[in-house]
Design a protein around this ligand. Structure first.
Ligand code: NAG
Ligand code: NAG
Ligand code: NAG
Ligand code: NAG
Ligand code: NAG
Ligand code: NAG
Ligand code: NAG
Ligand code: NAG
Ligand code: NAG
Ligand code: NAG
Ligand code: NAG
Ligand code: NAG
Length: 797
């Protein structure tokens, strides 16, 4: 698509030094493991500007504690490299989300008060915010640090439920030459100022503890979070509380509300210290959704003793990441180091969220794991969770058990969930796809202790398919009466059973069709023949919104294609939505602003969302050639935005028309053209790693059709990749002969699977669970043979 970007990249590859970081000359499956450190290739700052909203700070894989500096610029995930001002340092965040800034509760802020007069300090955000020194930012897995323009340096690392900070105060004198005393405040707020009410108290030892009620960043309801902060390394001089921009040493506790007129009261607690000789004041902050006592206990258990071992904790975090990332080894001989960094950083970002809140769920008692920040499944089902199926099936199993336990206790599978609250549903009931994907991939069937209860899973997806919730803006599906009676979601439906944004009738029809296919898939696997038949029939409902003869124009010019999905009223009369509406050529359509009959994307994009019946779709769209022209038009006319998830699958659909070479050509333009290792290197919100997984999959040459046991094959970005299943210990190796680091030979000519000629353009998950060697041979023109015959196409209804 963007040929200039591709050319720029190729020039860059030629000029930049090449990297070879494992025993690259040895392409057997037993590379030297001791010399390999994937951490060297993780840059957490990728996507921290330009709306990527990536969390840049310290976290464990799926960790609840996520410590970073918060800014007043692009602060959805706390920090941004946008050069804005630091407002505090806080302990919990989300990564890559859109919507409102998420979490960032109870920030600390270090400063000196002029002449040591506490009331000379800056308490409220507008007064205390300080620029950071751009060059001082250091971000590595498990560690983050920067220097404020005031000269104070902040470093941080984390455990599961606690953050550990080092605030280094350079010496500073008052007018008469005596040393000033460092002050650290704690603010009873969060990044989106959603606090409803909160309490804080500080005791004589300098322990600050409290709680607050906050609102979720993309959902309904509220949640209570507790914290417990201790300090070490400096003698406490004075303590107190502050309100607005005034502070006092009495009282030592305060309760704040939202106020009757919703005036946002800024308040918190503070401690002034005698400056230690080395200038370093340590702060340990435990967090908990249970009680403040539990927050203290989390901190004391995870960061124990009288001397907190910052270096040791950082090292443990690094070890945790090293273990997760070492599952994939790449031989990058001849390839630019940028691509290696891009790959491992993307892989790292797929493990930010969902977050493991097991033991921290106050809503119900259970022995099951509890994960949160499924934010949202509409983003994650397409490739992030399928990526974890390969690299971290144990965690994915725990996540799925958590989804099922949420169904058991809340009554519905979540579609989006954050901060113990229900998030907003965007399209269909996408947990159905997540469950079907894990089901067809036999997730962890080998480990009895962590088995997924598939009968329960079937019950949960049936609930989505059959029962309409009162509030389908946060769970389940809307319009089920019409779905069952009319076989489509009508435009301006008459629905008195439940309530949600009465829009998106086209995208919901397409999504519900695929969701029903996923229900049918689980039914079939469990031997429920009736269910299989019923939902297979409903999986065909997508056809009912196809309008023969409908045309699409761009600024008056006919695009030349005939037949598009269109909205249809209850009475069967067609409504109308311009097929380019909600595309980048028109306007953005979300749930609340500019809602339309397609969600966040156009009819042009959604016309391809029939993942289970692409071959039928090809016929409907006018045969393989027209289908290919339509795909080409979508990807070259500015109608698609690769920075939003509905576009992902469309890049691979050429496979179904017998032209896998065109998919390969296209994805090599998108990665690295639109996904690179710079701070602005993401084309859109990372969406808790959804964007990351798109580029990570393309790098290794496979891409899932989620919900089906299908991976499309395209030419990888590295000469050799090996992936060891953490469950079976078996290794899958993907090698490419005639590999071209300059990215010209990107068309697969032939494939061998375990030494045998392999004609299909797709492969199943067995490659990863059973191991094996997949050998590609590539060339600089599309193969006339490979993947083109009918028998080679990915299976489709
Ligand atoms: C590759 O590594 C294996 C295992 O260490 C070794 O047996 C083999 O000789 C090596 N091959 C080359 C070409 O270095
Ligand atoms: C692996 O690499 C390390 C570091 O380069 C080297 O010290 C070690 O001898 C190598 N081990 C083998 C088995 O080749
Ligand atoms: C940072 O603070 C300065 C000074 O108050 C202000 O001018 C600037 O707009 C702030 N930056 C952002 C991104 O808010
Ligand atoms: C810091 O980085 C920001 C964002 O790139 C830039 O706007 C600002 O000018 C930089 N500040 C300095 C002092 O270089
Ligand atoms: C020096 O100034 C500080 C801060 O204003 C004050 O607390 C301190 O008592 C002064 N010391 C002397 C010796 O005057
Ligand atoms: C705090 O706010 C929440 C949400 O508005 C409310 O339910 C709760 O009663 C309040 N707590 C106190 C102690 O006022
Ligand atoms: C919050 O803290 C206050 C003060 O310690 C306490 O009275 C209150 O019960 C706490 N709220 C919750 C929900 O734990
Ligand atoms: C999730 O967190 C719990 C509690 O910290 C821990 O016991 C469990 O091992 C974690 N789960 C995974 C899959 O790492
Ligand atoms: C799942 O298990 C079935 C039955 O044992 C087997 O036929 C299939 O190949 C397995 N699928 C995967 C992806 O491992
Ligand atoms: C429409 O087509 C005309 C004639 O081919 C062309 O000159 C014009 O640029 C086109 N307009 C757009 C918006 O593509
Ligand atoms: C169907 O309903 C729509 C919307 O109410 C209306 O505009 C249209 O005229 C109706 N068609 C028929 C045939 O009644
Ligand atoms: C990196 O990616 C961004 C976001 O897609 C894009 O705007 C930029 O042009 C890319 N940079 C390079 C050098 O390709």
């Amino acid at each position: 698509m963007d040929e200039n970007a591709l050319l720029r990249f190729l020039k860059f590859v030629l000029l930049s030094s090449c990297v070879q970081f494992i025993a690259a000359q040895n392409t057997s499956s037993s590379w030297n493991t001791t010399s390999f450190d994937p951490l060297k290739y993780v840059n957490p700052l990728i996507g921290t500007d330009n709306g990527g909203n990536v969390f840049a700070g310290a976290t464990l894989p799926y960790g609840m504690a996520k410590a970073v500096a918060d800014v007043d610029g692009q602060n959805t995930a706390g920090f941004s490299t946008d050069g804005s001002n630091i407002t505090g340092f806080s302990h919990m965040h989300d990564s890559g989300t859109g919507g409102n800034p998420s979490l960032g509760n109870f920030p600390l802020f270090p400063q000196y008060c002029p002449e040591d007069e506490v009331n000379n300090c800056n308490f409220v955000i507008g007064e205390r915010k300080t620029k950071y020194i751009n060059d001082s930012v250091v971000a590595t897995p498990g560690y983050f640090s920067l220097n404020l323009e005031t000269g104070i340096k902040a470093e941080m690392t984390v455990t599961e439920h606690a953050a550990l900070y080092h605030f280094n105060f350079p010496p500073k004198s008052s007018k008469n030459g005596t040393d000033l005393s460092p002050l650290i405040l704690l603010d009873l707020t969060d990044l989106s100022a959603s606090r409803q009410n909160a309490s804080v108290s500080v005791d004589e030892n300098g322990r600050i503890r409290g709680n607050g009620t906050f609102l979720p960043s993309f959902g309904s309801g509220s949640f209570i979070l507790h914290f417990c902060a201790d300090f070490l390394g400096a003698k406490v001089k004075d303590t107190g509380i502050w309100v607005n921009n005034r502070a006092g040493t009495e009282p030592k506790t305060i309760f704040v509300t939202r106020g009757i007129n919703l005036f946002y009261l800024e308040a918190g607690s503070w401690i002034q210290f005698e400056r230690p000789a080395d200038g370093v004041v340590s702060a340990r902050v435990g967090v908990s959704f249970i009680t403040a006592d539990k927050a203290c206990q989390n901190a004391e258990t995870e960061i124990p003793g009288d001397e907190w071992d910052f270096a040791g904790i950082k090292k443990s975090a690094e070890e945790a990441w090293r273990e997760k990332l070492s599952v994939v080894r790449i031989d990058s001989k001849g390839v630019s180091e940028n691509l290696v960094t891009n790959f491992y950083s993307a892989m790292y970002r797929t493990m930010m969220s969902p977050q493991n809140y097991t033991g921290e769920n106050p809503l119900w008692e259970s022995e099951e794991p509890y994960y949160d920040s499924f934010y949202c499944l509409w983003d994650a089902f397409r490739s992030q969770l399928p990526f974890l199926t390969i690299i971290d099936p144990t965690s994915l199993t725990a996540m799925i058990r958590s989804l099922l336990d949420t169904y058991v206790h809340i009554g519905w599978l979540p579609d989006c969930r954050m901060s113990l609250c229900k998030g907003f549903t965007q399209g269909g009931s996408n947990a159905d796809v997540v469950l079907a994907d894990a089901f067809v991939k036999n997730l962890t069937s080998s480990s009895p202790s962590s088995r997924i209860n598939w009968d329960l899973a079937y019950e949960a997806v049936l609930n989505d398919a059959e029962n309409e919730p009162l509030d389908w803006s946060v769970e389940g599906r809307g319009g089920l009466m019409s779905w069952k009676a009319l076989d489509y979601i009508p435009y301006l439906d008459y629905d008195y059973l439940g309530f949600g944004t009465n829009s998106r009738s086209i995208s919901r029809t397409l999504e519900y069709s695929y969701d029903d296919f996923c229900v049918a898939t689980i039914a079939k696997g469990l031997g429920k023949e009736e269910g299989y038949k019923k939902y297979m029939r409903r999986a065909m409902n997508w056809r009912n919104l196809w309008k023969e003869g409908h045309k699409s124009y761009i600024q008056g010019n006919d695009t030349g294609f005939t037949g598009f999905f269109q909205p249809k009223y209850l009475n069967g009369t067609w409504g109308e939505q311009d097929p380019i509406k909600c595309s980048p050529l028109d306007s953005f359509c979300s749930l609340t602003s500019n809602p339309q009959e397609t969600f966040e994307d156009s009819i042009w994009e959604y016309q391809f969302y029939v993942p289970h019946a692409v071959s039928q779709l090809i016929t409907l769209l006018g045969g393989p050639n027209t289908f290919i022209s339509r795909l080409q038009f979508l990807h070259t006319s500015g109608l698609t935005d690769i920075g939003n998830e509905p576009s992902f699958l469309t890049a691979f659909l050429y496979h179904y028309a017998g032209r896998p070479g065109l998919s390969s050509e296209l994805v090599h333009q998108y990665v690295p053209g639109y996904f690179n290792d710079t701070v602005t290197g993401l084309p859109g919100n990372d969406d808790t790693g959804a964007m990351a997984s798109f580029s990570a999959f393309i790098s290794i040459g496979v891409f899932p059709n989620p919900g089906q046991n299908i991976y499309f094959l395209t030419a990888p970005l590295f000469p050799s990749i090996s992936i060891t299943s953490p469950v079976t210990g078996k290794m899958a190796t993907i090698t490419t002969s005639n590999f071209d680091p300059e990215g010209k030979r990107i068309y697969i000519q032939s494939v061998k699977y375990n030494g045998k000629v392999y004609e299909k353009s797709w492969i199943g998950h067995e490659l990863f669970t059973e191991g094996g060697v997949l050998e590609f041979e590539v060339g600089d023109v599309e193969s006339e043979r490979w993947g083109r015959e009918r028998e080679s196409l990915p299976p489709s209804l």
